[in-house]
Design a protein around this ligand. Structure first.
Ligand code: TRP
Ligand code: SF4
Length: 400
């Protein structure tokens, strides 16, 4: 019920760049070895804002999946899939929409922000208003406990927690809950039952959250419980009804420190990116033509690294010795800018080489990529159906 599951999604924006790599993907690479991970392409979310350019979506989806794989996301460790291939997300979205107060959606900060920013689009649509609820469905359908996201997405996770709480509150109160929960406690066996009761009292009477955590851990490693009893015991521990949907936590991804070619944050909209699959010649040319400290007009003019975007790249790609060399060389006009850029070029090319090689492998074998995503979709559908079954039942749709 309470899982150690990590889930994250990305809208398909096409081929990824070093900003995505340093910001999001490296984080995923680490998580895939520590948790059960599900990573998906949020293609329905793309349609909420890009419904007028459907022709691009497919290419963007495959480019993005290839970049995930090329960066090292490993289908043997993580489940990769496409949102629209798991229709259960849509069913949960619909069912949750029944209990979602409109004002909750209207006050999610991205709603007004995006409408104001993307003025060339009509975003006064039902689908766009429901964006955060669709995201909630994405998360809740897997009972994910951790959701790696950037700062801008934290309100969506908060919103998801509120929806889960509201759902559990409204639908977790089955008739005879207390008696059923008490019977379930007995099934824990006398030693565990005693411990469970102690922890429950500690939490409910003294608000001891460590006791709550310990209680949850106890339930997590109790094996011979039915799904229904397990849910009851989780809910009974906290004092609410049956816990059907789990409240997720945001796992804050530090904002990418990857600067773009002009010193601003690397972003497609600033046109200052280095793509993960760009060829070495293009990458070299891009770095060689990067702006430097504007005070260095002639080779003999001294410069100031703090005023130069190249220096920011040295912070990521160079060791102490090289950085010292830059600082001294720049300030005394001892080195030229092209000379200074070379270690950065070498560093970026070395980082991109294995990524490009892996990408090549997947580009040459599109069936392989499709199979990876098909397998992931199948796994995801199975997991999603477990939750959906409980949700349908709780909402009175348990027939069949
Ligand atoms: N809204 C997220 C973004 O724009 C993408 C997303 C959709 C997502 N569903 C999700 C992220 C579920 C995490 C979990 O970046
Ligand atoms: Fe920038 Fe290096 Fe040129 Fe100094 S020497 S201005 S740090 S590129």
């Amino acid at each position: 019920m309470f899982t150690n599951r990590v889930l994250s999604g990305m809208r398909p924006t096409g081929a990824l760049h070093l900003g995505h790599y340093h910001g999001v993907l490296k984080n995923w690479l680490r998580l895939q070895h520590e948790y059960e991970c599900l990573f998906f392409v949020a293609d329905w979310h793309a349609l909420t804002t890009h419904y007028d350019t459907p022709a691009q979506i497919e290419q963007h989806v495959w480019d993005m999946v290839i970049d995930w794989l090329a960066a090292g996301v490993d289908p043997a460790h993580a489940t990769l899939f496409i949102q629209s291939q798991v229709p259960a997300h849509a069913e949960l979205h619909l069912l949750l929409s029944m209990i979602t107060p409109l004002p909750w959606l209207e006050r999610v900060p991205t709603y007004k922000d995006q409408q104001e920013k993307l003025t060339d689009k009509d975003l006064s649509t039902y689908g766009f208003l429901g964006y955060p609820l669709l995201q909630s469905a994405d998360i809740l359908i897997y009972r994910a406990s951790q959701v790696p996201v950037g700062e801008d997405q934290v309100p969506h996770i908060e919103f998801t927690r509120e929806i889960a709480r509201r759902f559990n509150h409204m639908f977790g109160r089955e008739p005879g809950f207390e008696q059923k929960a008490e019977q379930a406690v007995k099934k824990l066996g006398s030693r565990r039952a005693r411990l469970y009761r102690e922890l429950r009292t500690k939490f409910q009477e003294q608000g001891d959250t460590a006791a709550l955590e310990a209680g949850r851990a106890l339930l997590e490693d109790t094996q011979n419980l039915t799904m229904g009893d397990r849910e009851r015991l989780f809910g009974y521990l906290e004092g609410g009804g049956k816990m059907i949907l789990a409240e997720p936590h945001a796992l804050l991804t530090e904002a990418s420190k990857m600067p773009g070619l002009d010193g601003q944050k690397m972003s497609k909209s600033y046109n200052n990116t280095i793509g993960l699959r760009e060829d070495p010649e293009t990458v070299t040319r891009k770095i060689r033509t990067m702006p430097t400290d504007p005070a260095r007009v002639k080779r003999t003019d001294p410069g100031e690294p703090e005023k130069c975007p190249v220096w920011q790249l040295h912070q990521i790609y160079s060791d102490d010795k090289t950085r010292k060399w830059v600082q001294v060389g720049c300030r005394t006009a001892g080195i030229g800018c092209l000379e200074c850029k070379q270690p950065v070029i070498d560093g970026v090319l070395a980082e991109l080489k294995p990524i490009r090689e892996r990408a090549e492998h997947y580009l040459n074998d599109p069936t392989l990529v499709r199979n990876i995503v098909a397998d992931g979709g199948e796994k995801a559908r199975k997991l999603a159906h477990e939750t959906l079954r409980d949700v349908r039942q709780a909402m009175g749709l348990g027939y069949s």
